[in-house]
Structures are given as C-alpha cells and as structure tokens.
Design a protein around this ligand. Structure first.
Ligand SMILES: [Ca+2]
Length: 415
C-alpha cells in the first residue's frame, strides 16, 4: 500500500487555488479510506487466524481428554476384574502434583523446579546467564548481543519457486513472539515431500564462558523435526552432537531442553526438517524455523539429598489414585526415567512412597528397599486410596550435572 497524497505549494499570503486545496484534501481522504480498509482487512485476518488456532486447540484438547478418560476406565475395568494396574506419571502434567501437607510439607525453598513445558523436574536455579542476550536492568526487556553471526543454509530444498526468510537473529533474542521462519514455496504440482536446512550461530567471543543448558523452541511447534544439534569448542565448524540429543533426532519437536556438564561452546549448528507442506495461495509451502534457541550457564542449587526427612532435600510429590471405590493392595513394581540412584551410577535421584499426604507413613524408598518387582509391598493395613510418591534429587557432582527427572510408573493391585 502506497500513499497517493502529494504536497501542494501554498505560498504565504497567496495566491492559493481552490483546485490545489481540494486536490490535496481529496488525496488525504483517499489515503485515510485506504488505511481504514487495510486495517480492517488485517484485523479480520488476525481474528480468523486466532479462530483457526483456537479450533485446532479445542480439537487437540478433546482428543487428549478422551485418551485420559480411556486410560482411567481401562484401570477401572481391570480393577473390577481383579487384574494388575499400571499407573504412569509423566512430568508434563501438574494435576497430581502436591507438596505434601502438615509439618512435613516441602518448603518453597526445597522444591524441585517443575518445568511442565519440557516435562522436566530439575534442581532449583540459583543464577542463569544467557549467551545471546541480556536483560535490560531498567526495562526488563531482553537486549540481543550486537555482534551475533548467524548463517542459514539450505541442505535440501529441491527446486522451489521462491525462498524467503525472516531475520535469523530473531531465534536468539529471548522473545518467543519474534521468530526465525524460512518459507519455501513450490509449484502446487511439485511432489516434494520434505525440506531441510541448517542454522549456525557463533557464540559471541565477549560472552564466551561455559554453557550447561540448551533450550530450543521450534516454529511451528510440533511440526518441525530437529535432526541434529551439534557444537564446537574451537574455531572449526560444529561436528559433535550435543550430549543427551537422541541419535535418531526429534520428530515433531515441541519445546526441547538439554542439560549437560559445562562445555565451552564456541559454535552451534541445528539441522531442521519440515515434512508438513500446506497449500497456501495456490502454492505448496513449507515453513520452518525457530522461535528461540538459547544457550545458558545455569548455576544449580547444590543442597545435598538427605534420607532422613527427605522433604528437606529438593523434592516434589505426586498423587497416584486408585480407581474410584478401590484401595491399594500391593505395589508390584516401580520404574522411573531416568532410573533412581543405585549407588554406582550417581544419578542422585531418589523415590519414596507414602500412604498419607502428611508424608509420615513410608512404605518404600529406593535406597533401603529392593525394587518391588522382586519384593512386593503389601499396603492393605493402611487401606490407601491414594499413594504419595516423593521424588527427590541432589546435584550430581561426579558428572557435574543436575539430574533431570521425566517420569515414573507403578504397577499395583487394588481391592
Ligand atoms: Ca525469538
């Protein structure tokens, strides 16, 4: 949209011509009209986009609730048939999270950090240093490091009609709403099924210190495959896969976060793939990118795990509910990912099971008891309808990392 307005010359004390005045007013009126039309169209498009996203959200939510209901009913039917039940707690959900009650309630200062979007329970953060931006002390807004070198490279993008890209530095500014997006458009009859590219960034030398956490928010969330995250600690191009990144990559990636022993990372490279084209304005279009890629040095809380009064270490508690009308009889197995500390492996992850929310009657803990799979735990004398599973962790100083707890599972019978 271009303004049509042309400034006419009106000399001081005349002569001024009605034609000029009217012409200029006409231009202004047309421009205002165009601006209003344009704004109305933009707002209307925006509302349509929000509406589409909302419908998609409701549909996804409905499917999730349906699956949850099915799982609960599955356990109820098994309970009625006298079968063994499985209970799985993934740390992407907060509904069963509690901190106990009464004198043993886990104090605010001793709570594990629960980061639901990543599905992770980790040690509390004391301090965080971001390598690509800092926060303005007066406004609280992120300020990007000015000397950032970022390069995008097509790996395999076929023969597109056009490729456009927003500023790739948007992936490093600490603002999710401002993202790097690469749009690859093909003719509609083109059968291309996927596109791949890489994004490489040099960690600014002025900010070069060690890093131990990497966070990645893909765009669009849940539709981009992250094929690799590689780093370098020299001037050479990144070729070493980030510790903890799965060898098969992460398909349909949502928010990702990796913790590793501190490394002096100088360069980072992310390989992305998009396999979901959309038909857009008559073209076959692949869009992919990142909302944010963050590299951080996090100082974790180092409070040691103590078995006596476990609630004084960093911990969290999850309720496991027996199906309606039943109480727990025997715990037959306990499994967790990552696995609890068995002594030699230093995972520094510990679990306790209580039959009361006040965390007073412990029926099992991972240090003193064998796994229930070898020695089942009878709990009938307590008639618990809820089990309280306490997860505790201490800093792993052998490997210089925080434990990252992701899920646990219980197998039990009820009566
Ligand atoms: Ca961003």
């Amino acid at each position: 949209m271009q303004p049509t307005f042309k400034l006419r010359n009106f000399p001081f004390r005349g002569p001024n011509f009605g034609e000029d005045i009217n012409g200029m007013m006409g231009d202004l009126s047309r421009d205002l009209h165009d601006i209003y039309n344009y704004l109305t169209e933009v707002l209307s498009n925006q509302n349509t986009n929000i509406e589409v996203a909302l419908y998609e959200y409701y549909a996804t939510r409905a499917r999730t609730l349906e699956m949850e209901a099915q799982r609960n009913w599955d356990n109820l039917l098994k309970a009625r048939a006298g079968e063994t039940l499985n209970f799985i707690q993934d740390f992407r959900k907060t509904d069963n999270l509690t901190w106990g009650s009464g004198a043993n309630t886990i104090a605010e200062a001793n709570r594990l950090r629960f980061d639901q979007p990543y599905g992770q329970l980790i040690l509390p953060y004391n301090r965080v240093k971001n390598h690509f931006y800092s926060l303005d002390v007066s406004t609280g807004q992120p300020i990007q490091e000015p000397n950032l070198t970022v390069t995008t490279q097509a790996l395999d993008e076929g023969t597109p009609v056009s490729v456009s890209e927003t500023d790739n530095k948007n992936a490093f500014n600490g603002i999710n709403a401002s993202y790097w997006k690469r749009t690859v458009r093909f003719a509609i009859e083109n059968d291309v099924s996927q596109v791949t590219c890489t994004l490489q960034v040099d960690v600014p030398a002025s900010l070069l210190t060690k890093s131990n956490v990497l966070v990645l928010h893909p765009y669009p969330a849940g539709q981009v495959d992250i094929l690799n995250i590689q780093y370098s600690t020299t001037t050479a191009d990144p070729s070493i896969t980030l510790p903890g990144f799965p060898s098969g990559g992460v398909n349909n990636a949502t928010m990702l976060r990796y913790h590793f022993a501190p490394l002096e990372i100088t360069k980072l490279k992310v390989t992305l793939r998009q396999r979901t084209p959309v038909e857009w304005d008559g073209y076959r279009v692949f869009s992919y990118g990142l909302q944010e890629l963050g590299l951080q040095l996090v100082e974790f809380d180092h409070t040691a795990y103590s078995k006596i009064g476990p609630y004084q270490s960093n911990a969290a508690v999850f309720k496991v509910h027996a199906p309606e009308g039943f109480t727990f009889e025997q715990i037959l197995d306990f499994y967790c990912d990552p696995y609890y500390d068995t002594g030699a492996d230093h995972t520094k992850i510990y679990y306790h099971i209580y039959v009361d929310e006040t965390l007073t009657t412990e029926v099992w803990n991972s240090e003193d008891f064998p796994n229930p799979s070898s020695t089942p735990i009878g709990v009938t004398s307590h008639t618990p309808s809820i089990l309280y599973v306490l997860a505790a962790a201490g800093f792993d100083s052998t490997n210089n990392v925080s434990p990252v707890l992701e899920k646990f599972a219980l197998r039990a019978t009820v009566e």
